[in-house]
Every structure is written in structure tokens, then in C-alpha cells.
Ligand binder design. Sequence first.
Ligand SMILES: Nc1ncnc2c1ncn2[C@@H]1O[C@H](COP(=O)(O)OP(=O)(O)OP(=O)(O)O)[C@@H](O)[C@H]1O
Ligand SMILES: [Mg+2]
Length: 365
Amino acid sequence: MAIFSPTISHRRTEPQAATPPPMRVAIIGAGRGGTALLDVLHQIGTIEVVGVIDKNPTAPGLRRAQELNVAVYDQVPDLIKDQHPSLVMDVTGDPAMESSLQEQVPPGTGIVNGQTSRLLWLLVQHETTLQTELLHAEKLAGIGSFAAGIAHDINNPLQLILGLAENLTDETDLEAVHAQAEDIIDAVKRTTAICRDLTSYSRRTSLRPDGLISVNGKLDEALKIARYAVALQDIEIRKDYQPDVVAKGNPDQLLHVFVNLITNAVQAMEHQGILTLETATVDGGTQVRVSDTGSGIAPELLNRIFDPFFTTKPPGKGTGLGLYNIKNVIHHMHGSISVESQVGRGSTFTLTFPGETGQAEGEAS
Ligand SMILES: Nc1ncnc2c1ncn2[C@@H]1O[C@H](COP(=O)(O)OP(=O)(O)OP(=O)(O)O)[C@@H](O)[C@H]1O
Ligand SMILES: [Mg+2]
């Protein structure tokens, strides 16, 4: 973007580039535990999952591994020979595997199995529950700031309904009665749509399955919802969408990501400035940029804004969970987020997702 000079703007990517070489981990067992472990380890920059093993070719973790470009095997020795893991994690729960691994794994390669694997599995489950709870806590806190916007938007059609209904009480022309009844139905539909959007937005967990999402449609939907939280009337909104940009993930979670980024951007502009939303397919991947001309972020704060509970907003105004949750959702989608910012000029958050092909299902576009 032209207004940002790359020489003086500050940039940070989440996760941070790893300095030591990544730890090479192999997972044995591609059931529920193996799949969850794969998902968690895959998000950590300092760990490389080099292979997943299961004798059952239909084990769910093998499909997941293929999606993530992780090699799959059905025999331990083949994996050891090809990948030279530094750590082998056995989540099969099979006591026979424990002793057979001692024989098959070369000296110097760590082995995690038995109770230690179970402990790890419990920690992973705990972490997943915590992330869901934090996402929900932040959504609920945010809904409070929506109240004024919602009240305004519901009040308008209600006033209209009241006026029309008052007219109807002494309307004798049947045609006029029908026309006014139609207007009432439209007004009710509008309020119902507001309630529907917000109910699904505030739900603890999404009822919708993961799939291909129309990114442009989701950004537009997010603008509609963000409007309840922040005043957009003095914000110039510029859209630069490439057609048919898609990402794979949960549509409700991606909506939440966009609402948060837009809300942050508008809050940083103190309700006046330019909000730019850009989407593109770049090098086969999907890129989304949300830029503002607001306060910018001081360089020393750039590496803290993704931390849980970090906020510069006054007490009661922000939870500091917005960007933390965004980062988690994006990592689950196997994407990344980076920020460029210049104090007094504005910020750009860039999201990248792995390339997907196909048509987004049932999404507005
Ligand atoms: N577009 C932006 N421009 C300037 N600062 C930003 C921007 N986005 C985030 N920040 C900074 O990062 C901090 C953390 O943002 P985050 O969304 O995690 O929490 P919050 O906005 O403070 O709280 P909440 O999301 O609950 O309202 C913000 O307090 C602000 O200092
Ligand atoms: Mg925020």
C-alpha cells in the first residue's frame, strides 16, 4: 500500500521465525489422539512433524497428515530410515508398541509413550477447551458494545411497524391495507435478520461444519456485524476484492476474525479515516489485508499485541483477547498473520491461508 514506507514501518509475523532448527517429531497412532496431537504440533514453529504412522489406512490422522503434507507410513522402520526423527511419540495406547519401539528406534532418538503420551493428550485437550472458552468469553464481552448499535437497528423497523399498524387501525381501502401489511412483514424480516446474525455470531461453538468459505462474502458480512460495535458513518470503506477468493475453515470463526480486525481498525481511527479491505490469490495461497489509517502501533508493542489479555484500551473497554483468538483461529486454518504498522499513520494486518480450489458452499459472495 502506497502510504506505508517499508523502510520505516515496523513488521511482525506471528508465529515468529524460529531460530534453532525445528525438532523432528514422528507420531505413531493416527486415531483421535494422534490427529489432535498432529494439529497442535503442526502449529508450533519450532516443531516439524516428519511423519505419521498407522497400520489402519483409513485412520483419520493419516488423511489429516496428507492435507498438511506430512509423510504417512504403516511401518516404524520405514519412517525412521526416511525421516530420522529426533523424537517418536507413541499414542497408540498399545503396551506391545512400547517394547517394540525400544528395539526399533536408534539410540539418541527420544521416545514418548504410555502415561507420558496420555498426559500430553490431556494437556492438548485442556488447551483446546481453554481456547474455546477464551473465544467465547471475548465474544460475550464484545456483545456488550454491540448493544447500542443493535438497539438502534431494531428500533428503526419497530417504529415503522408501529406507524403502519396505527394507520391500519382506521384504513378502509383493502389495497392499502395489503400494501401496509407487506411493509410490516418486510420490517419484521429485517429485525429477524439482525437477531439471526447476532445469535449465530455469539454462539459458543459453531453449528456449521468446516468447508470452503467465500472470503469476500465473509468480509462483507463482518462489516455488517462490526457496524453494531463501532460507528462506521465517518469511515471511508475501500474494497479491493479479487473474485472467487476462498479459504478452508469454519465460516463462523472466520467471520469472528474479520469482525475483530475491522473493529480494531475502526477503533484505532477513532471513528474517522479509511478502512481498506483487500483479498487476493497470491502464489496459489489466499491473502486478506485489513488496513487502517489510525493510530498505528508502537514498535515495542508489536510483539505483545497477540498475547492474551494485552490491551491498550481503558479498563472495561477491551479484553485484550481479540488478536489472541484471531491468531488461534488462523493457526487452526493453517494460515498465518502478520502486521505492519507506523505510528500516526496506520496499520495493515495481512492474513495468508493455504491455497484451496473449488467453489465455496452456501456462502454469500
Ligand atoms: N488496527 C490497530 N491499530 C492500532 N492498534 C491496534 C490495532 N489492532 C490492535 N491494536 C492494539 O493491539 C491491542 C490488542 O488488540 P486486541 O484486539 O487483542 O484487544 P483489544 O482490542 O484491546 O480488546 P478487545 O478485542 O476485547 O476489544 C489493542 O489494545 C491495541 O493496542
Ligand atoms: Mg480487539
